[in-house]
Design a protein around this ligand. Structure first.
Ligand code: UD1
Ligand code: CA
Length: 477
C-alpha cells in the first residue's frame, strides 16, 4: 500500500502575518478541522513512505496539533533563514539519503487541495520524467500569487513572485498553487543554490525552477480544473471563502446521502459530523465537532449542536447544545440551552427556556418549561413543574439532586441540593424542597394564605385600586 518512492513535505513554519491573529494561521479551523489538519489528511491518503512537516512560528502549538492528527509525521524546525526554499531544504535534511523517489511539497495553508488532484500530479510527473511538476491554476484575479512563466517550448522557465514581477509578468494569469512534485536528486542538487536576492530577502522554493532549467532539466506545470482547489488561506477573507466552499461540498454530500437540508446557505456542517438517512435540517443550523444525528431526526431551525449525539426521530428546535445525548423520539426546545453531560432519555422532553447541565433525565420524563436542571438525576416518566430550579450550588460546592420515577413536582419549585425526591412523590406549587421527600408523599411548605379584608381601601385610600375595590364592594362582587 505504501508508496516507497513518495515523500510529502508540508510547509508549516510561516508566520501567517496577514491573518492578524494571535493564533497560528494553520491552526485556524475550516469545518471544525485546523487548516493543517486538512493538509495532513490529504498527505495520508497518498500513502507516502515519509511525511515531514516543517515548523517554526508558534512551534509548540503547531507541532502538537500535527502529531495529534498524524503521529507518523516527522516534525523538523526551520532555522533563521526565511522562505519556502529554506523550509524544504531543512526537510530534505531528515529524508534518508537512500530515498530516491519523488517529493511532493504542499503548504499547510492550502486546505482544499485533495488527494486525487495530487495523485494526478504525481502520475503526470512520473509519466513525463521531468525534474519538477508544478500544480498551477488559471485565475481571473491572480493577485498575490507567484506567476508561472512558460518558455516558447511550453515548459516552465521560472516562477516569479508577485512582489518581484514586472508588468508583463503580472499580466500572466497562470499561477503557482504552491504544490509541486520534485525528483529528489535534482532538488537536492539545486536547492542549496537558491539565494535570497528578492523583495523579501527570503529563500524562495520557486527559484529552484529557473535553476533546474539552467542545468538543462524540464519543468512542467499542470493546471487544476477548478481554481478553488488550490486556494490559499492567507487572510480571513480567504478563510471565509474556503469555509463556504468546503461547507457547500459537505452539505451536498449529505444531501446525496439522503439528508434534507432546507437551506444550504445557512446550514454549516463540520467535517467530522455524521448524519443518518431522512435527517431533516432546517435553516440556521450549525452541526459542529463530532456530532452524530440518527435517522429521521429533525434539527433546527436556528440550532447549534457541538459534539452531541441525537437519537432517531428526535426533534431539536432552536437549541444550543454541547456534549448532550438526546434519546430516540425525544424533544428539545424551542429555546433550550443544554450544557455538557446532559443526557435525555428516549421520548423525554426538555422544553422552552430550559437550561440543563450534568444531568440525566430518564425515559419519558419531561422538563417542559422555564427551568434550570443541574447536577441532577431524574428517573422515568416524571414531570417537573414549570419554573423549577435545582439550587445545586451552596456558594462553595455543587450538590446533586435525585428525582425518582413517576414524580409530579408542582410549578415554581426549588430543589435545594443535596436532596432526594422518592418514586411517585408529588410536591405542591411553590415548594422549596429542602428535605428529602419519601416515595409517594406530597411535600408542601408554603405558608397558608391569609386575606386581610379591606386592606387596600384602608392603607391606600384614593388610589385607582381602592376605587376599583369600593366599586366591587357596591356591586356585591
Ligand atoms: C507561496 C509561493 C507562491 C504561490 C503561493 C500559493 C513561494 C516563494 N511563493 O506564496 O508562488 O503562488 O504560495 O499559495 O513559495 N512557509 C514556511 N517557511 C517559511 C515561509 C513559509 O514553512 O519560511 C510555509 C508557510 O507556513 C505556508 C507556505 O510555506 O504554509 C507558503 O508560505 P506563504 O508565506 O503563505 O507563501 P505565499 O506568499 O502564499
Ligand atoms: Ca500562502
Amino acid at each position: 500500500m505504501t508508496d516507497q518512492n513518495l515523500a510529502v513535505i508540508i510547509l508549516a513554519a510561516g508566520e501567517g502575518t496577514r491573518m492578524r491573529s494571535a493564533k497560528p494561521k494553520i491552526l485556524h479551523t475550516l469545518a471544525g478541522v485546523p487548516l493543517v489538519g486538512h493538509v495532513l489528511a490529504t498527505a495520508r491518503e497518498l500513502h507516502p513512505s515519509h511525511v515531514i512537516a516543517v515548523v517554526r512560528h508558534e512551534r509548540a502549538a503547531v507541532a502538537s496539533v500535527i502529531s495529534g492528527v498524524l503521529p507518523e509525521a516527522v516534525i523538523v524546525d526551520q532555522d533563521d533563514v526565511p522562505g519556502t526554499g529554506r523550509a524544504v531544504e531543512i526537510a530534505l535534511g531528515v529524508l534518508p539519503n537512500e530515498f530516491s523517489g519523488d517529493v511532493v511539497v504542499v503548504s499547510g495553508d492550502v486546505p482544499l487541495l485533495d488527494a486525487n488532484t495530487l495523485a494526478r500530479l504525481i502520475e503526470s510527473h512520473r509519466a513525463a520524467h521531468t525534474a519538477a511538476t508544478v500544480l498551477s491554476a488559471v485565475l481571473e484575479d491572480a493577485n498575490g500569487y507567484g506567476r508561472i512563466i512558460r518558455g516558447a517550448d511550453g515548459l516552465v522557465d521560472r516562477i516569479v513572485e508577485q512582489r518581484d514581477a514586472n508588468e508583463s509578468e503580472l499580466a500572466v494569469t497562470e499561477i503557482n498553487s504552491g504544490s509541486y512534485v520534485f525528483s529528489v536528486g535534482l532538488l537536492r542538487e539545486e536547492l542549496p543554490k537558491v539565494g535570497t536576492g528578492n523583495a523579501l530577502g527570503e529563500k524562495y522554493l520557486t527559484d529552484v525552477v529557473a535553476l533546474l532549467r539552467a542545468s538543462g532539466n524540464a519543468v512542467e506545470a499542470m493546471p487544476v480544473s477548478q481554481s478553488w482547489i488550490v486556494g490559499g488561506v492567507n487572510d480571513r477573507v480567504q478563510l471565509a471563502e474556503a469555509s463556504a466552499r468546503l461547507n457547500s461540498l459537505i452539505v451536498r454530500g449529505w444531501q446525496l446521502a439522503g439528508v434534507t437540508v432546507v437551506d444550504p446557505a445557512t446550514t454549516w456542517i463540520d467535517l467530522n459530523v455524521t448524519l443518518g438517512e431522512d435527517v431533516e435540517i432546517l435553516p440556521g443550523t450549525q452541526l459542529k465537532g463530532a456530532t452524530t444525528i440518527a435517522r429521521g431526526a429533525t434539527i433546527g431551525p436556528d440550532t447549534t449542536l457541538v459534539d452531541c449525539e441525537i437519537g432517531e426521530d428526535a426533534v431539536v428546535k432552536r437549541t444550543d447544545a454541547t456534549l448532550a445525548v438526546i434519546g430516540k423520539g425525544a424533544s428539545v426546545g424551542p429555546f433550550a440551552y443544554l450544557r455538557p453531560n446532559t443526557v435525555l432519555g428516549e421520548n423525554g422532553k426538555i422544553g422552552t427556556f430550559v437550561e440543563t447541565k450534568n444531568s440525566t433525565i430518564g425515559f419519558g420524563s419531561k422538563v417542559p418549561h422555564l427551568s434550570y436542571i443541574g447536577d441532577t438525576e431524574i428517573g422515568v416518566q416524571s414531570n417537573i413543574g414549570a419554573g423549577t430550579i435545582t439550587a445545586n450550588f451552596d456558594g462553595i460546592e455543587k450538590h446533586r439532586t435525585t428525582v425518582g420515577s413517576h414524580v409530579r413536582s408542582g410549578s415554581h419549585n426549588v430543589f435545594a441540593a443535596p436532596v432526594r425526591i422518592g418514586d411517585g412523590a408529588y410536591t405542591g406549587a411553590g415548594t422549596v424542597v429542602r428535605k428529602d421527600v419519601p416515595a409517594g408523599a406530597l411535600a408542601i411548605n408554603v405558608a397558608p394564605q391569609r386575606n386581610m379584608m379591606g386592606w387596600v381601601e384602608e392603607k391606600r385610600p384614593g388610589t385607582a385600586a381602592a376605587e376599583a375595590a369600593a366599586a366591587a364592594d357596591e356591586s356585591g362582587d
